[in-house]
Design a protein around this ligand. Structure first.
Ligand SMILES: Cc1cc2nc3c(=O)[nH]c(=O)nc-3n(C[C@H](O)[C@H](O)[C@H](O)COP(=O)(O)OP(=O)(O)OC[C@H]3O[C@@H](n4cnc5c(N)ncnc54)[C@H](O)[C@@H]3O)c2cc1C
Length: 457
């Protein structure tokens, strides 16, 4: 087989595996090969046993209101499940209160917001003023905090937007791009009052989130099982250059590197390694990607005996978020046992739940031993929901540089990256660094990358 009939995908996270799956089905290449630097496939989709129950220790749900994830699951013959409860809490002002309905932190019902006790009287009065304000200037991208604080005041940002963005991006509303991270808010703000535009949104009972029984960590294995491509793990790609015969990859350890030729390459790894690989081939794209910062975090999962953990079971909530202004270590807790029926049944007599720690530019919080992370997670769970019982098992999963940060101007940056990459024949990029960090958006980016290669053939 000629090397030009081979396409190599770098990175076996969900982006790389979806790209490989589509490339194999496009019929455009003789061989589809995925090279993964670590010992296992899946990237941020990963399960581990905690208390003998295999649960997600990375991503654990996907948006159901975007089609890409649900459609892929159906294509793979996977059953999709929805959370058993959609209620969530906010640990603020000394107690866990019901999280009022919002659109990325923008209140959808001011009376419900008032009842929640999350905002004080003057902050609520400021929210009610929003429809009387002049339209916001949306001619240029701005930070989410800039837009929301201008319309609703800083307390809405601190109490509602920050915890939601902390959960999804591990980022700060003052740094994240409104256009890239909350495009729905920007679209609504173009209509004038955000409060009025949000009130006009049709109410839907369709589930917002979906998961897979056994965990989102089952998706990578299902993609590999669907076949049509080969995956090699422990194969970090260290270099990429153009030759007269196509693209040449340098693969493997530094003391025993191998060279592999390919007609096309899809880079499906995070921004930093992609920047390094593009340094010679597409220096403009490399410079842009090198400027994309990332946030590190850790997921601390505990298994409690159900009979010991009664207090956490209260309320049937799926967990709670924590506004950063509260000065806590944990930024969220997911009561997996309450959220997912499959977790509750898999963990006979056990309650599994997780907390997450770590925000952008706050790496110091993670520079502690696993034991310390477990201890502070338990101490805060005790304070938040009165969970006194010792767990039967705990697990710490660290995600160094786990989430890219979409700074103001990100959408334009990505357009410049794609333009520079498109000037290299046979090259495409995809993954969480581009069009959204959520699983459906990442799948979408992989499908865009494959389309760009197959259309160019
Ligand atoms: C803790 C956490 C919780 C999350 N929760 C959710 C959630 O509930 N719902 C949701 O929708 N999203 C969630 N996300 C986001 C989502 O999981 C990720 O954005 C998505 O999985 C990223 O997929 P990816 O393929 O782009 O990248 P990755 O999963 O990072 O995969 C990239 C792969 O490339 C490999 N690689 C890197 N460099 C090289 C190299 N030089 N050579 C070869 N291989 C290389 C890596 O080892 C990795 O396997 C979460 C993320 C984190 C960190």
């Amino acid at each position: 087989m000629s090397s030009t009939g081979r396409v190599v995908v770098v990175g076996a996270g969900v982006a790389g595996l979806v790209a490989a799956y589509d490339l194999a089905r496009s019929g455009g290449f003789d061989e589809v090969l995925v090279l993964e630097g670590s010992p296992e496939v899946g990237g941020k989709l990963r399960t581990r046993e905690v208390g003998g129950v295999r649960v997600d220790v990375g991503a654990e749900a996907m948006l159901a209101r975007r089609p890409e994830g649900i459609d892929l699951a159906a294509e793979l013959g996977l059953t999709v499940v929805h959370p058993a409860t959609t209620r969530s809490g906010l640990w603020t002002h000394g107690s866990v209160r019901p999280l009022p309905r919002t659109l990325m932190g923008v209140p959808l019902d001011v009376d419900e917001l008032a009842d929640s006790g999350v905002l004080g009287e003057s902050a609520l009065a400021r929210v009610r003023l929003e429809p009387t304000l002049p339209d916001s200037d949306l001619t240029v991208d701005r930070s989410v905090a800039g837009l929301v604080a201008e319309r609703f005041g800083p307390e809405v940002v601190d109490q509602l937007v920050e915890p939601l963005l902390g959960g999804v991006y591990a980022g700060h509303a003052g740094l994240l791009s409104a256009q890239a991270t909350t495009p729905q808010l920007v679209a609504l703000a173009r209509q004038g009052s955000l409060l009025d535009a949000a009130a006009r949104l049709p109410r839907s009972d369709a589930p917002v989130f979906a998961g897979l029984p056994g965990g989102m960590g089952g998706l990578p294995a299902a993609l590999v099982a669907a076949g049509g491509f080969e995956v090699r793990v422990d194969r970090p790609v260290r270099g990429l250059e153009r030759t007269d015969h196509g693209l040449a990859l340098t693969v493997g350890s530094t003391h025993d590197p191998q060279r592999l030729l390919a007609g096309a390459v899809v880079l499906a790894c995070p921004a930093a390694p992609t920047a390094r690989l593009l340094a010679d081939l597409a220096p403009d794209a490399a410079t842009e990607l090198a400027a994309v910062e990332s946030a590190s975090m850790a997921v601390v999962t505990h298994a409690f005996r159900a009979e010991d953990a009664g207090a956490a079971d209260a309320g049937g909530s799926s967990g709670f978020l924590v506004p950063p202004v509260e000065g806590r270590r944990i930024k969220a807790s997911t009561f997996s046992f309450a959220k997912w029926d499959w977790v509750r049944s898999a963990g006979e007599g056990l309650l599994l739940l997780r907390t997450s720690v770590g925000r952008h530019r706050e790496e110091a919080d993670l520079q502690r031993s696993d034991q310390e992370l477990v201890a502070s997670s338990l101490a805060e769970l005790r304070e938040a929901v009165g969970l006194e019982a010792p767990p039967v098992d705990s697990h710490v999963q660290r995600w160094g540089g786990g989430l890219p940060q979409y700074a103001v101007g990100h959408v334009d940056r990505v357009a410049r990256v794609r333009s520079a990459v498109s000037r290299v024949p046979g090259l495409a990029v995809c993954g969480a660094a581009y069009d959204g960090v959520g699983i459906p958006a990442v799948i979408g980016s992989a499908r865009t990358a494959v389309a760009s290669l197959t259309q160019a053939q």
